[in-house]
Design a protein around this ligand. Structure first.
Ligand code: GAR
Length: 220
């Protein structure tokens, strides 16, 4: 079966990109990364693409006069290689309605909180300040409202006594590295359908679960 042709958009370190690259290398994984795009030439994550022999491009937002022209350039590069799904992985640019609507239900993001709690920046510090007992991450389809859209996968981790934002961020990040590949696998396998503004995952049976929960995380 043809594998889903994906692009991963990054701005920095690229640890989620690395997790997706590893997943796509698994036998029979239903998606492949055809292109990595960074809006910053100095993004560390570009090295992961190079190491894996994946094509990459820098589309620097600073080179464009407006968000629209930047996004038109992105779409041109993406469509030139027949991209079917865009995965935002630490891509730190807000996208306009024009881009989001063009790629509707073909554009996903990972966010380091259990949405709809804590959209935006500084999620871990804000979660600690609120005294929440669980933190986590969310993979979702992108809508024009920031960090909002149909949820595909969430992973929860405990907030432990003594956590500072770095400790919590590290625990959440390891959950991200499991949640994003799972979401991509489900989409690549054609199991995710957007119904209304929620997703339905087909083929769930018996004990199979898309929940990545704290107990799992403790065992990991
Ligand atoms: C990840 O924690 C991701 O969830 C977050 O940026 C980090 C990127 O790390 N994304 C957002 O905050 C988007 N709202 P990475 O470059 O190592 O994948």
């Amino acid at each position: 079966m043809a594998r889903l042709r994906c692009a991963v958009l990054i701005s920095g370190r690229g640890s989620n990109l690395e997790a997706l690259i590893h997943a796509c290398a698994e036998k029979d994984f239903p998606a492949e990364i055809k292109l990595v795009i960074s809006n910053r030439a100095d993004a560390g994550g570009l090295a992961h693409a190079a190491k894996a022999g994946i094509a990459s491009a820098v589309v620097a937002h600073r080179d464009y006069a407006s968000r629209d022209t930047f996004e038109t350039a992105l779409t041109k590069v993406l469509e030139a290689v027949g991209i079917e799904l865009i995965c935002l992985a630490g891509f730190m640019r807000l996208l306009t309605a024009g881009f989001v609507d063009h790629w509707r239900d073909r554009l996903i993001n990972i966010h380091p909180s259990l949405l709809p709690a804590f959209p935006g920046l500084d999620t871990h510090a804000r979660a600690l300040a609120e005294g929440v007992r669980f933190a986590g991450c969310t993979v979702h389809f992108v809508r024009t409202e920031m960090d909002h859209g149909p949820i595909i996968v969430q992973a929860a981790v405990p907030v432990l006594p003594g956590d500072d934002e770095h400790a919590l961020a590290a625990r959440v990040l390891s959950a991200e590295h499991r949640a994003y590949p799972l979401a991509l696998k489900l989409i690549g396998a054609g199991r995710v359908k957007v119904v209304g503004e929620r997703t339905e995952i087909s083929g769930m049976s018996g004990g199979a679960s898309i929940l990545l929960n704290p107990a799992d995380d403790q065992r990991a």
